[in-house]
Design a protein. Structure first.
Length: 253
């Protein structure tokens, strides 16, 4: 019986050793995958802990400055900027910006898929960014067309849409958008172009300011070219259209 027991033990031991030996080759790879997965989860949690308050706070507090403002201030030796609440603006001011930049602003969740498809079909001839995306880029990121920046923008935009109201997104956009070299926000733009506060802008003046976007360094609202004049007239018509069909309802239309 003892010899039988020994024989059975001697038969099992090589098999066990063989199985262990086979597993050793994949063990380092499994450890690497576990390590990567662990740090990916930690990175995702850390990113959420940073991104959530980063996007939640400006839902209630005006962003003091943006990265692009800082770079332009350094380059130019200063910028013009003054915050104005959307409640203090006549409706035709935000309506002109929406008609010019993102007519479906009230309808989408941050990305206008029809505009994106049209932009892809048209190549580089047009942009597909919504006001939500532009606000996210202006507040948190830098200018340029790198894929990394677009990836960050795509990740932050849904959070902005989640934590901010549409009216708040538009209010921040109106205050951080560039309307001329070193001129940021609708208040500074109105003073610079027409010598009036934003609250005193006429519908045509608001349309002309909207018409300089998205190329504020090469277009002028105060000395409009024929192109800017035509675009401003189209924006006036577009603002009336979105008011009538309900696409201005989310910001007070």
């Amino acid at each position: 019986m003892a010899m039988c027991g020994v024989a059975q033990k001697s038969n099992r031991t090589p098999a066990k050793r063989k199985r262990r030996g086979k597993g050793r080759g994949g063990a380092p790879l499994r450890r690497l995958f576990r390590w990567l997965w662990k740090w990916a989860r930690c990175g995702a949690v850390a990113l959420c802990l940073i991104a959530v308050p980063l996007t939640l706070i400006p839902a209630f507090v005006a962003p003091p400055v943006t990265p692009y403002m800082l770079t332009e201030s350094y380059r130019l030796g200063g910028i013009r900027r003054a915050w104005v609440a959307i409640d203090d603006l006549p409706l035709h001011v935000p309506a002109a910006m929406v008609a010019a930049e993102d007519a479906n602003f009230c309808l989408h969740w941050g990305f206008d898929m029809s505009a994106i498809r049209a932009a892809i079909a048209d190549g580089a001839g047009r942009g597909g960014s919504t006001i939500s995306q532009q606000t996210t880029k202006n507040v948190y990121l830098w200018q340029g067309r790198s894929w990394f920046r677009k990836l960050l923008e795509a990740g932050l935009t849904p959070l902005v849409e989640l934590f901010w109201t549409k009216r708040r997104i538009l209010e921040v956009y109106l205050n951080v958008a560039e309307f001329g070299e070193g001129v940021f926000g609708i208040e500074a733009a109105a003073e610079h172009a027409f010598g009036t506060p934003a609250a005193g802008l006429s519908a045509l003046q608001a349309a002309r300011l909207a018409a300089v976007l998205p190329n504020p360094k090469t277009r002028s609202a105060s000395a409009p070219t024929p192109f800017v004049r035509r675009r401003a007239r189209a924006i006036l018509d577009g603002a009336e259209t979105i008011r009538i069909d309900g696409r201005a309802d989310c910001f007070g239309g």
